[in-house]
Design a protein around this ligand. Structure first.
Ligand SMILES: Nc1ncnc2c1ncn2[C@@H]1O[C@H](COP(=O)(O)OP(=O)(O)OP(=O)(O)O)[C@@H](O)[C@H]1O
Length: 230
């Protein structure tokens, strides 16, 4: 199987004043095309830092990030942002929907930013609203009129709309009750199975691991162990 993401000896050191904090130490990880990976670890272990580095929102202090055979570690900002738009969809704990836009407009926004013509946008938004169960009928509502689970589904639709290769999800179930959280993880599994999209999800909730292919345990910025899910 082809690797979509490779992390090679990735280190991240944050400097604040005279203090240094090593957030990631020599992280090596390969993610295969179409895999569903969970990053698990306690608060402060480095999960968000790792997702930000994979998602080209932050750079490692040392080491390399390779996306589909291309070393992207030291690309310029412009190239990184182009890759981000075309390659990666993000899902956050707090949904990050824009409150004065409708569901439809929130999902459409990445396409507006990417300059996709209106006709094509309409087709792509309609398609993704139909792919994610239970949100098509909400398309004219605003985020504040939706439940947490519905908002997260809209955020997932927004992450999917530009047909990314990879979805990065940072604690996507943390604000949801257990059943709604499990439904969101089931949805990731469906997206992986039906669309072949690679998913990397950070979570500290061991109840959310059932659908994952591999579980990467992170502790103190290091990969402690990797387990295959049976
Ligand atoms: N910009 C920053 N400046 C300094 N230290 C930082 C910065 N961002 C993160 N850190 C530190 O790096 C460590 C890893 O943080 P990170 O957010 O990646 O952990 P996490 O596993 O995602 O935690 P949580 O589950 O609480 O979100 C933490 O100790 C954090 O305080």
């Amino acid at each position: 199987m082809k690797n979509v993401i490779q992390l090679l000896d990735v280190n991240k050191v944050y400097k604040t004043g005279n203090n240094e904090w090593v957030a990631l130490r020599d992280v090596n990880l390969n993610v295969e095309d179409g895999e569903f990976i969970a990053l698990v670890g306690p608060s402060g272990s480095g999960k968000t830092t790792l997702l930000n580095i994979i998602g080209l929102m932050d750079s490692p202090t040392r080491g390399h990030v390779v996306l589909e055979d291309k070393d992207v570690t030291y690309l310029g900002e412009k190239e990184k942002s182009e890759l981000r738009n075309k390659y990666i969809g993000y899902v956050f704990q707090s949904y990050n929907l824009i409150s004065f836009l409708t569901v439809y407009q929130n999902v459409e926004l990445p396409l507006v930013i990417a300059g996709v013509p209106e006709k094509e946008r309409q087709k792509m938004v309609e398609e993704v609203l139909q792919t994610i169960p239970g949100i098509y009928e909400l398309r004219n509502k605003r985020p504040t009129q939706l439940s947490g689970g519905q908002q997260q589904r809209v955020a997932i639709a927004r992450a999917l709309v530009n047909r990314p290769k990879v979805i990065l999800a940072d604690e996507p179930t943390a604000n949801l009750d257990i059943n709604t959280g499990k439904a969101v993880v089931d949805l990731f599994k469906k997206i992986k199975d039906e669309l072949g999209i690679t998913i990397v999800m950070a979570t500290h909730d061991l109840e959310m691991l059932k659908n994952c292919d591999r579980i990467v345990y992170i502790r103190d910025g290091m990969v402690e162990r990797i387990e295959k899910n049976s």
